[in-house]
Design a protein around this ligand. Structure first.
Ligand SMILES: *Cc1c(COP(=O)(O)O)cnc(C)c1O
Length: 407
């Protein structure tokens, strides 16, 4: 097989033309600012699509999460329960406010926060009042269980729906399960503004606070009057033009991503692997990224330091490193699973709670024959496959052949 002439991306922006129309409109009407029609429209359209009362357009998903953490009232020294296996943008905003993330282990059914581990965490730290919950790779977490636990303990949920825009759980869109919710229009997300994000909420007072904070916290006065710290977090009207052009294509992108997922599932069914799972009876993911998990008995030996990986090739077996290297050699882009936060040098000393409730972070060393927490195990055996919605069926078939060649 020859390498792909045109690189196959993990997930790249897919433009349709309307984006340029709305950007041009911003230019020609001279609303080259953080106010304008595109901003108003994207806020309206997202509320309509997601089914929330208020949407505030911001510079990125991370700024939305930051202001959500402020709204939730996190103060220096407060412990906050956080999804462990996720992008670090989920948890950094807790630290911006002086909060201390406590990481909650992952479950195997949706690769999200494990309700059993969350329950254990409340036993260990009953004072915790905020939970930051991400929906990984576009698959909703076990919302019902997690909401019930949070209600029981009087904790507020911040939902990080950056990866899951358009996904539903029991018919309800993600980005509406938390009291405060964040979505992202980063370049590799299911729809994009090149950058951008939004805070979603049903709470008018919260939405108003975010509008004020994100525009430098100006008070209502004839001059620049300030009573609280402000931020320059508002979305640009030009970026909003791109988002506005993309919103009508969300469903199309989801359908393309789902087709990619299903083709991988079918094409890889004879290998000792499974796809990132979801419960089809209660949820419909947006299939943002297709991921693969190698069965334990089919793993060749693989070790990872903080910056390098190596493995020993073995017939009939493989590992994420081998598959990623093979894809890269053929000009296709895969990616390891998000390395769990409790394994990151930045957060290694933070508390980490598993379903058994040991309450201590374990090391990131792979212990042969088990002994790993769920997040470390999925990181060890899993990887993200090229999931670009512009990838053709023919190109995907070649990716599937390349993966097969690794075993
Ligand atoms: C992309 C992403 C974010 C951050 O969004 P930005 O718009 O890039 O700031 C936060 N959380 C998760 C899980 C993400 O994937």
């Amino acid at each position: 097989m020859k390498p792909f002439e045109k690189r196959i991306y993990l997930s790249s922006p897919t433009m349709h033309g309307d984006e340029l129309t709305y950007m041009t409109e911003a230019y020609e009407t001279n609303w080259m600012s953080t106010v304008g029609k595109n901003i108003n429209e994207v806020e309206r359209l997202i509320c309509e699509k997601v089914g929330c009362r208020y949407a505030v357009a911001l510079s990125c998903g991370t700024s939305a999460l930051h202001l959500a953490v402020k709204l939730a009232g996190v103060k220096p020294g407060d412990l906050v329960f956080c999804t462990d296996m996720t992008f670090d943008a989920t948890v950094n905003p807790v630290v911006y406010e002086g909060g201390i993330p406590v990481f909650i282990d992952t479950e195997y059914d949706s690769w999200n926060m494990d309700p059993a581990a969350l329950e254990k965490a409340f036993e260990l730290y009953p004072e915790v009042k905020v939970v930051v919950l991400a929906n990984l790779y576009g698959t909703p977490a076990k919302m019902e269980e997690i909401i019930a636990i949070c209600q029981k303990h009087g904790a507020v949920i911040i939902e990080d729906a950056a990866e899951s825009l358009g996904a539903t759980y029991k018919g309800q869109q993600t980005g509406t399960f938390g009291t405060y919710n964040a979505i992202s229009f980063n370049g590799n997300k299911i729809i994009t503004g090149s950058s951008g994000g939004m805070l979603l909420t049903d709470d008018l007072e919260a939405a108003n606070k975010v509008r004020k904070w994100s525009t430098q916290s100006r008070e209502n006065a004839p001059w620049y009057q300030h009573e609280e710290v402000g931020y320059n977090y508002r979305m640009s009207n030009v970026i909003a033009g791109v988002v506005r052009g993309q919103i009508p294509y969300l469903e199309e992108h989801i359908a393309q991503k789902k087709a990619i997922y299903m083709r991988y599932k079918e094409g890889l069914k004879d290998l000792p692997v499974s796809m990132n799972p979801y419960d089809a009876d209660i949820m419909e993911p947006n299939f943002w990224l297709s991921c693969l998990l190698i069965h334990p008995e089919a793993m060749c030996r693989q070790v990872r330091s903080d910056s390098e990986a190596c493995y020993i090739k073995e017939k009939g077996k493989s590992c994420p490193t081998e598959i990623l290297e093979t894809l890269a050699a053929y000009n296709a882009e895969g990616r390891p699973i998000w390395k769990p936060m409790h394994m990151q040098p930045l957060y290694r000393m933070h508390a980490f709670v598993t379903a058994e409730g040991n309450g201590r972070a374990r090391t990131n060393a792979y212990i042969a024959g088990g002994g790993m927490d769920v997040g470390a195990d999925i990181f060890h055996r899993g990887l993200c496959l090229p999931s670009d919605n512009k990838m053709t069926e023919e190109e995907q078939n070649k990716i599937i052949e390349l993966i097969k060649s690794c075993f």
